[in-house]
Write a protein that binds this ligand. Sequence first.
Ligand SMILES: O=C(O)CCC(=O)C(=O)O
Ligand SMILES: [Fe+2]
Length: 357
Amino acid sequence: MPHSTSPARSLTKEEFPIIDFRTVDEDPKAVAAEILDAAQNWGFLVLKGHGVPQEDVDHMFATSSSFFNEPKEAKSEKWMNTKQQGYDYKESVFGCTEGMCFGSIADANLTCDNLPSWWNSERRQEAEAFRSKCNELSTKLLKVFALAMGLDQEHFATAHMSGKEPGNVLRLIRYPVLTDPVDPSFPRLGEHTDWGTLTLLFTNSPGLEVQRPGGDGWVPAPVIEDAVIVNIADGLALWTGGLLKSTKHRLSWESLPMNQSRHSIAYFVNADADAPLRVLRKEEGSDSYSESSQSFDATFGDYQAVRMRIIHEKFDTDGTDDELKLDPKFVNLVRNIGVAHGTGVTFEGAHSTEVVA
Ligand SMILES: O=C(O)CCC(=O)C(=O)O
Ligand SMILES: [Fe+2]
């Protein structure tokens, strides 16, 4: 039997935050308050009326399926690199999945030399256009969070400029049907939090489980037609001093058995590597948030570097790392973020690289 986990508790849809984004332009404050509430309590929400046209989502899923149905040799012509461009396959402690990644700054994938040749110019353009629609939505959401927290509307968005590294990552995902039993200790998708600031997740089939607020068991994320799942990732949790929750999620063998496959499309949003990571706090007697005077002198790039070290267990036993030259308190803060596992991968065979999920 593969990895056994306790089944997720069933939940009515009403309990999991489901928010309609259609009225955001008419009544931004009301929508922002709802989204903030969901992000503070669950760290997850289902967003309806998100503005990414459903026909684009459907087409992207169709293209994704065609790609994953190609023979392994064609898909693995280019293994994913450190910019998260290319194909990856894992059967490991992180999960049993395959992915096709379009990472880096806007338009970089149009000329990227690390995509399998199946991705001709028309298909690359589709992936880039989809990335750009996702970017519009994530920028809107970043503005909504700033509004809800009484910050300048651009506060989060200006640290996400589309021409800056590391950029956002579009990842087409398939959980394949598995005929050979996998190592019993491997999960379908290991429980983890995401590394960046926000994640958008499109899916049309069940399987994703989300930890309940307070860590009280797992619930299935509702699958709602035309909606997108939005979750807070560790970067935004850290940035907001833990106000916004970065919640663990996973797929178990019970939620997605070996004989079933599943497709999803994730868009991982990252802050710019050179953007300062100044923790926001609510000063006493104030309703809004501002940058804490006790913030560390660190950037989002430093944060990602620490995460990478954690995943590769490169720390000395006392948690410091000479190469990073960072305040050990910052390093510890990131180490103690709650999860610090991510979904870093070890590729099948000899392919090994450092990856940010
Ligand atoms: O495929 C899914 O539903 C979840 C994917 C995910 O959480 C991830 O890749 O970080
Ligand atoms: Fe995730």
